[in-house]
Design a binder for this molecule. Structure first.
Ligand code: ASP
Length: 331
């Protein structure tokens, strides 16, 4: 897809026709202009958040949002919570460690329980790929995927696209290198889908053992050599080694991994002189990324990504609850 096929934001149909989905389970369900629609909606929240005015927006007042997190999280959980509260919703967090899941309850039974509580939206993170869709099929309210196994993490890809668009002025026609443990990364998968859909050239740079099969079917070029993969890139996206999803040894050692695949200042010189460096967090400093790059505000977008996360999640919660709130055009 080329950038010229992307529909301009001014062409959006009104209300519900601009975004017809009940849930946000993955980027795979979205069109390029649905992505742009969410990014444009988020843009307004960025400005309001900075001015402090968002605290006075109560459009989700009276709604209850449940954050059901069956896997650890810092950024995603907090930013969904802040997003809901900034819009006036009542936000309840459920952590798996304290829930009946630990007592052997099945996912479907947990879903039925959440449904019976009449939540107005449920945000779910789960270690199993596909678990979020399973719950979405069982409940009456909108479900937002906050990361399911290695499958998708759609709001991360949306906040990454917004960060790129704000830093580089566009998110089309760019060369984007996604580097590291792509095999186990839902962030990589959602980003590959979003960034190719928006008309960028996406490369995967990883050891052969951490490169998913059939990347060419996703219109992605693969590199095992970091210097080659970074050549003339506009965006370098670094990923953590997802040790919790590895069964067996994929790498000789973290030290060797850093030598071959760690982002150092010398390596970054292969990319364009004004290339930006992204990381979804949590970072392992000295493994996939050197501190001197992570902490360089001229190159690193890491804190901006966190900021964009709140705005994107506000946009998603607003858009997905419009139907229930009876917003005209969203029936
Ligand atoms: N926070 C991201 C995720 O939940 C990336 C990571 O954990 O490495 O997938």
């Amino acid at each position: 897809m080329t950038s010229s096929t992307i529909r301009p934001a001014s062409d959006y149909p009104p209300g519900g026709d601009a975004f017809r989905h009940r849930h946000l389970t993955g980027i795979a369900q979205l069109t390029p202009w649905e992505i742009s629609y969410i990014l444009d909606a988020a843009e307004e929240w960025v400005e309001l958040n900075r001015s402090g005015a968002a605290k006075h927006d109560d459009r989700l007042a009276g709604l209850t949002i449940i954050n059901a997190f069956f896997e650890n999280s810092t950024r995603t959980l907090l930013s969904f919570e802040i997003a809901g509260k900034r819009l006036g919703a009542d936000v309840v967090n459920m952590h798996a460690a304290q829930s009946s899941v630990k007592k052997g309850e099945t996912l479907i039974d947990t879903a039925m329980t959440l449904n019976a509580m009449r939540a107005d939206a449920i945000v779910i993170r789960h270690a199993s790929s596909g678990a979020v869709q399973l719950i979405a099929d069982k409940v009456d309210c909108p479900v937002l995927n906050a990361g399911d196994g290695r499958h998708e993490h759609p709001t991360q890809a949306l906040l990454d696209a917004l960060t790129i668009r704000r830093r580089l002025g566009r998110v089309e026609g760019l060369t984007i290198a996604i580097c590291g443990d792509v095999l186990h990364s839902r962030v990589a998968r959602s980003n590959i889908l979003a960034l190719t859909l928006l008309g960028n050239e996406v490369r995967v740079v990883a050891p052969a053992t951490l490169t998913p099969p059939a990347m060419e079917r996703m219109h992605v070029a693969t590199f095992t050599d970091m210097d080659e993969g970074l050549k003339d890139a506009d965006v370098v996206m670094m990923l953590r080694l997802q040790n919790e999803r590895m069964d067996g040894a994929y790498l000789p050692s973290a030290r060797e991994y850093h030598t071959l695949y760690g982002l150092t200042p010398q390596r970054l010189e292969k990319a364009k002189p004004d290339a930006i460096v992204m990381h979804p967090g949590p970072m392992n400093r000295g493994v996939e990324i050197d501190s001197s790059i992570a902490d360089d505000p001229a190159r690193s977008t890491i804190t901006e990504q966190v900021e964009m996360g709140v705005a994107v999640r506000m946009a998603c919660l607003d858009i997905l609850t419009r139907r229930q709130r009876g917003v005209p055009g969203w029936n």
